[in-house]
Write a protein that binds this ligand. Structure first.
Ligand SMILES: [Zn+2]
Length: 294
């Protein structure tokens, strides 16, 4: 069986960590989050881990090249031979390019990018319920994915904490950064035809997972029936089956927006028939018309 490498994308709070964790368990592929890799390297005292620790101890952010070294180390490990599920990496275009390079040196590539998407207000609401274990990085949600014992980690029993990142005052900042940095990644995976969008608002985590699972199984089926990476046909692993159809909505989204513009002009005039109301509205209509033409 060929390795399958999956990337989870999505704004903070979309629940991608939980989804990745679940998919990792089901597929028997390790979940690889930057935080977990970092903690492990530091704990193991690897050269990269020590470098990262020195930077963090000095209050700095671990730079991309150190993160890349960490990922390289993890990808080279025995556990990662069957593939990896990335969660929280790559975060920007440079990291995505780095990841492509690291995988391609192993004869692999990103086979599936799952974008769990959510509107901003829902995210802010959800994040306040997030808790995590500082010791092993497992994440929970007070209502969505609660620990078996309230306030305690299922794995180690240690106390769960709310990360500073999950406090409402920092959430909007994180969302802004996310939108700025990851839009380019999405486009890249979309044109590589490996992007699958999952609506994070549909039902609960189980429903989201059902969609995630479908995408993963479809990708795996496509992989096992296509030649190894490097062969010409492997560039388009999903040229068959249902997955291409699922991707269309993402690309199709833009079209209606473009079509809507010319129509909007007429509509707004027709809709505002009531004579009495027309005058006060008239001022507003002009800028709208200008917009439509742009
Ligand atoms: Zn724990």
């Amino acid at each position: 069986m060929r390795a399958m490498d999956i990337v989870f994308l999505g704004p903070p709070g979309a629940g991608k960590g939980t989804q990745a964790q679940r998919l990792a368990e089901e597929l028997g592929i390790p979940q690889l989050s930057t935080g977990a890799v970092l903690r492990k390297a530091v704990a193991d005292g690897t050269p990269v881990g020590l470098r990262a620790k020195a930077i963090m101890d000095a209050g700095g952010l671990v730079p991309d090249d150190v993160v890349a070294d960490l990922i390289r180390e993890a990808l080279g490990g025995e556990a990662a031979r069957g593939g990896v599920i990335f969660d929280g990496y790559p975060r920007n275009r440079a990291q995505a390019a780095t990841l492509d390079g690291l995988l391609s040196s192993l004869g692999r590539k990103v086979d599936l990018a799952i974008l769990v998407d959510l509107p901003e207000p829902v995210i802010v609401d959800r994040l306040s319920g997030r808790r995590s274990c500082p010791k092993d990085g497992l994440t929970y949600h007070l209502t969505g994915a609660p620990p078996k014992v309230a306030g305690a980690c299922d794995r180690c029993g240690g106390p769960l904490v709310q990360r500073d990142d999950d406090r409402p005052e920092t959430i909007r900042d994180r969302l802004r950064v996310y939108r700025e940095q990851t839009s380019g990644i999405e486009d890249g995976y979309s044109s590589a035809k490996v992007l699958v969008r999952v609506d994070g608002t549909v039902g609960g985590p189980d429903d989201v997972y059902a969609a995630v699972r479908r995408a993963a199984l479809a990708a795996r089926a496509a992989l096992s029936s296509s030649p190894p990476a490097g062969a010409p046909a492997a560039a388009k692993p999903a040229a068959k089956g249902k997955s291409p159809a699922r991707r269309k909505p993402a690309a199709a989204k833009r079209k209606p927006a473009a079509k809507r513009k010319p129509v909007a002009k007429r509509k707004s005039v027709a809709k505002r028939k009531p004579v009495a109301k027309r005058r006060p509205v008239a001022r507003k209509r002009k800028p709208a018309r200008g917009k439509g033409r742009r």
